[in-house]
Ligand binder design. Sequence first.
Ligand SMILES: [Zn+2]
Length: 124
Amino acid sequence: VHELSIATEIHRACRKELMRCGGGRLLEVRVAIGELSAVEPELLAFAWEAVVAGGPDEGARLEIDWHPVRQCCPDCGDVSERQPGSWLRLCPICSSPLRLEGGRELDLVSLGVGERDEATEVHA
Ligand SMILES: [Zn+2]
């Protein structure tokens, strides 16, 4: 349900961009989704298909750029040893408390718009 409302929002934003650029058909939309945005990419892709089904943008593809959270140590910098989905509280090297960076993205990155065969990129 959460993903469905986000997919609806994305589609609304796409239509607005399309109108601003003189119309056309939506072929593809690229969004940035962060690990902390509480969005499941698979559910969002599924919801997207439901949102565009039966409309003028049926078949438009949703491309998802996944942005994981980075864990940073104030002393050692990026800590990349984390397994997906698990968290370290302390730096494995110096045991300082870690900071989280990134992963909150939920943005429209670009649209692929087409009229018949030709496709043009519109950057939102
Ligand atoms: Zn450290």
